[in-house]
Write a protein that binds this ligand. Structure first.
Ligand code: ATP
Ligand code: MG
Length: 558
């Protein structure tokens, strides 16, 4: 290892850090819901309504519900239950019920419209849809489009005439008595759980349509062990403000808590006041958030009304966080630590994260070091050659959390997961000599100016430091001479927005162009600036560049 590192070849044929229990531990973890003794102390709590289900009750209910699924609907191993709801304590119950009998769950964003939900149901081939009464206006037509009969729509929250609830299923399953309940799927030790798919998780759809990613029991348990190794032993209270349908929620808010026996405080939706009330009421000391929420934490005036001095660590992931925001966080919350996690749906969440000792602002601009039993190498995306320290290239990762592939999409699977089991992340980054990774951009988003790759994130970072700019996105526009060139979409700070004449605005914009010219080499110069009201972003804070591209195309047509 020493030699390899000295030679600057990035293939870290590690484990850099080893999970003590190795694969035996993974098998044991999988048995947790099946035959283990779940905790009678911890559980899932709805932080708003205070409704609570302890982990031993989760298991008991999961047994009854899975019995109902098989007896009432003839549900079989390998079939899918779609979960379409905001966060509720019944979400994990439904999930564990499905996977204990070898079924798959597929979470869908509660913000989906009928068309998006129809796509999700058809792609996952869901046979049952669990949802909330408030989501029925979308759920009913989408289920109809996907051929799911109405009696297979079950309500996790709320009531509605003619629809069964999860409580009805529990009652029905319980009716078969201890002897008549459906047994958990028997999983042999060894390879079996490696290929038993329990989750069809949709990627965020930042670069194209969301892809249905097949995640095995083995993947999730491996990831739980990897992240619990990086969790302080006394971390027993988890805030679940991120959506449960996304990989982050699935791993960090539903599975890991059960593994480390921590209480989960669920928020049905994000709302600053409710979040802060919860954090203070339960004295939650580590907060897993995403960049837009961290930014709100810095801007929202109500934050000042709360004593947050008990917070020991912020944790961020799912999207890039600018250096500006990190600095501001440090200024406002100097007593806290800070960590990031980097990964993707295809890596069942984390490839890298900050170890406890390095969870400080000093390391915050990097996304952490590699998690246990995982290898990372950086390659030139065009030639595939491995690169050295500090040289940016595509991040490739291999490990027990790397998922099975995309559902019914062999082509995309073969492109993303190569024959040596490396996941091609599509992200650009580099490894430094401390073994930490910095993400610089995404391959699909690189702007090619005369064949030279320009990273939009680099220009965005620079522009966010400009005193007039509130938010910014950099995209590519076609150019006959250079191929592509960078264009900035800018949201001005309110003080610069109001009461300005056309000439003044033009002068401001020329100033922005000049600002980049002073600080960057020629091929990175911004040649066009457009003022916009807001930057299109996903819920986790990623710039939706496909929306920018569409705007550009539409403008060209006009
Ligand atoms: P799609 O694949 O459908 O276009 P997506 O890649 O945004 O969408 P996810 O799997 O939810 O969907 O997100 C993974 C991506 O998020 C990573 O590939 C990376 O680009 C970005 N990401 C995750 N964590 C971080 C982080 N800590 N810093 C910067 N970027 C991150
Ligand atoms: Mg992706």
């Amino acid at each position: 290892l020493e030699t390899l590192l000295r030679e600057g070849r990035y293939k870290l044929p590690l484990p850099v850090r080893i999970v003590g229990r190795g694969l035996d531990g993974l098998e044991k973890g999988l048995g947790l819901m099946r035959q283990g003794q779940p905790s009678i102390a911890a559980g899932f709590t709805n932080a708003v309504t205070k409704e609570r289900v302890r982990y031993d009750e989760v298991k008991e209910h999961a047994v009854s519900i899975s019995t109902a699924l098989t007896r009432k609907f003839g549900f079989c191993q390998g079939e899918c239950v779609a979960l379409f709801s905001s966060n509720t304590v019944w979400y994990p119950v439904a999930m564990f019920a499905t996977i204990r009998i070898g079924g798959m769950i597929s979470g869908a964003s509660p913000a989906y419209n009928v068309e998006e939900m129809t796509y999700a149901l058809k792609t996952s081939k869901a046979r049952i849809l669990m949802t909330a009464a408030s989501a029925l206006p979308v759920a009913i037509p989408a289920a109809k489009n996907a051929g799911i009969p109405q009696d297979r729509i079950i309500l996790l929250e709320g009531r509605h005439q003619g629809f069964a609830t999860i409580h009805d299923l529990i009652k029905f399953g319980r009716g078969f008595g201890a002897g008549g309940q459906t047994p958990a799927l028997k999983i042999k030790k060894g390879e079996t759980n490696k290929w038993l798919c329990g989750f069809l998780s949709f990627s965020s759809g930042t670069t194209g349509l969301p892809k249905a990613v097949m995640i095995s029991h083995h993947n999730v348990m491996a990831q739980c062990l990897q992240v619990s190794q990086l969790t302080p032993k006394d971390h027993k209270k988890i805030l679940a403000v991120l959506p449960l349908f996304h990989i982050t929620g699935l791993v960090h808010q539903m599975h890991t808590p059960v593994c480390i026996n921590a209480e989960v405080y669920m928020l049905p939706a994000f709302d600053m006041k409710t979040m802060l009330d919860t954090v203070v009421e339960y004295q939650i000391s580590e907060l897993l958030l995403v960049p837009p929420i961290l930014i709100r934490l810095l801007r929202d005036p109500i934050v000042k009304n709360y004593d947050l001095s008990h917070i020991r660590r912020f944790s961020s992931g799912a999207a890039p966080l600018s250096a500006e925001v990190i600095q501001e966080l440090q200024r406002r919350f100097p007593q806290t630590g800070f960590k990031q996690g980097y990964g993707m749906t295809e890596s069942c969440s984390c490839i890298t994260a900050h170890p406890i000792e390095q969870s400080t602002y000093e390391y915050a601009n990097r996304v952490g070091s590699i998690v246990a039993n995982t290898e990372v190498k950086i390659v030139d995306p065009e030639t595939g050659t491995e690169l050295g320290y500090g040289e940016p290239g595509e991040i490739l990762a291999r490990g027990p959390q790397i998922v099975m592939g995309y559902l019914d999409n062999e082509k995309a699977t073969a492109e993303t997961f190569d024959s040596e089991a490396w996941l091609h992340t599509g992200d650009v980054g580099y490894i430094d000599r401390e073994g930490f990774i910095t993400i610089t951009d995404r391959i699909k988003e690189m702007i090619k100016v005369k064949g030279i790759a320009v990273a939009p994130a680099e220009l965005e970072d620079l522009l966010l430091g400009h005193p007039m700019i509130e938010d910014v996105a950099v995209g590519a526009i076609a150019d006959d001479y250079t191929g592509q060139r960078p264009k900035a979409y800018i949201v001005l700070k309110p003080t610069f927005r109001e009461g300005k004449g056309k000439e003044q605005v033009l002068a401001l914009l020329r100033g922005v162009i000049q600002y980049v010219q002073e600080k960057k080499v020629r091929h990175k110069w911004i040649t066009e600036v457009e003022l916009v009201k807001e930057i299109p972003k996903s819920a986790s804070g990623k710039i939706l560049r496909r929306v920018l591209r569409q705007l550009e195309q539409d403008a060209n047509i006009q």
